[in-house]
Design a protein around this ligand. Sequence first.
Ligand code: IRN
Length: 573
Amino acid sequence: TENTPVRVYRTDGPACDPSRGLPAARADWIAGRGDTEEYEGRAVQPTDDGRAAVRRAERSSAAEDAADHDRRRASADEWKGTARPPRRALPGRTVTQLHYARRGEITPEMRFVALREGCDVELVRSEVAAGRAIIPSNVNHPESEPMIIGRAFTVKVNANIGNSAVHSSVSEEVEKLQWATRWGADTVMDLSTGDAIHTTREWILRNSPVPIGTVPIYQALEKVNGDANALTWEIYRDTVIEQCEQGVDYMTVHAGVLLRYVPLTADRVTGIVSRGGSIMAGWCLAHHRENFLYTHYDELCEIFAAYDVAFSLGDGLRPGSIADANDAAQFAELDTLAELTKRAWQHDVQVMVEGPGHVPLHLVRENVERQQELCDGAPFYTLGPLVTDIAPGYDHITSAIGATEIARYGTAMLCYVTPKEHLGLPNKDDVRTGVVTYKIAAHAADIAKGHPGARDRDDALSKARFEFRWRDQFALSLDPELAQEYHDETLPAEAAKTAHFCSMCGPKFCSMRISQDIRDEFGGAAEQQAIAGAAPGGLTAEEARAGMAAKSEEFLAAGGTVYLPDPQVGAPS
Ligand code: IRN
């Protein structure tokens, strides 16, 4: 029988020389709208001259640190790509996808997204216009391939990468980006906190076919040498503009951590676990003033509107243990995130809302339903959630369980968790495991939601499996290499790629093969007979018939009903 091809969108983009970056495929679309202008000289000069690393090396007087710093500078000097002047909205113009969608205009980005999702472009436009979906697309990131985050579309997966003060270099981060998109990450967040933060981000952006997200407060903190109390709105604002000019597509902003909410975390088991959340809570307490991200929020909206940067409203008070799930602090912050969502919309700025964290399975659904109701359907973007706290080393699994549940009820994007969560910085293997695990969660949710066409790949793989087309089975897998590696561990011979069994059950007990024999015996096609005949050691038709007769007797003796009658709950006795 015919096998129709299955189309899968690859997120890894075209191959390129990392020191030159990807072609600016979207540049003509952006310029063609005539609503932006290039400007000379960046609004903010990068502070990234390595001073921070030298200071750090001096502080710790660790020779290793200095060597690490030299290595980073060396890789930074290798950049051969062209430095484009930054672009922003012409005075008085709004350039966001939300703005165009609300005006009823369809952009090339919306068309691209519709093709990618296999849906009508009007669905894309109307969901963006309603704020229920976002297309993160900074005008300074023309290398990106447009994608959409919203509950009406396939569930997306974000992978976090980024160096920390203790580990990894610029080129390693680009490799991690390419690695993450190779396994299917739909967006990548650069959470670098060490030195060379600007350079690392530049390399990542110029090489990224997927939208890039950041948490600007991390870089702002670097600028004040890690002293949260020294942070100011001005330092933060300049950092945001610097990142807008580079092309960051969405930014996590912890503007919902209000001064009055901080005491609500006092009795928690794990307090405040969000990095950004704890920085802002510390700042609020130290100054006894309201969070400057909240008080300057409208200015931030104006900046975002000029570059089409989307908000990812941070959940700075998310629970960090199942004991703290759905508590007063978390839900108070959510109320504020709802208010901020609507304020962003007033500026035509795209927005999604971040969610937990750690939540036991039975409390997961409430999170997404509450967020969807309060935030008028703005996309929800959640970190897991982990449904239990007892499996460090396996938190990609504890969180994928919660992620599947929360996506099933409407979360639009899942932030992956790797096996190293709570334990250390993920390496390449962890990134791969994290991304694939989250592709499983997202896909399982798509199927459960009845998303059109979601099951096609499953059906194709199952058919390949049933027909012993091993190579097709590998190719259709989320991780073809691993599937083949595991198969070949016990049956490496080329002949095994067409054999009608694998080493799990062996030739004699392969259920697929037995099914095929039965199909063959009771009216199977001629080609099935040929297949059955080729396999060694299976059941004979005689054995199969005898087995089925025995089963039939057993079934009839037990009453012969397939389904038991419905229990009469509460019926009068
Ligand atoms: C996603 C949902 N909730 C949190 N996240 C991600 O966590 C967010 O997008 C970013 O990657 C990271 C921010 O962590 P902190 O600063 O809140 O700990």
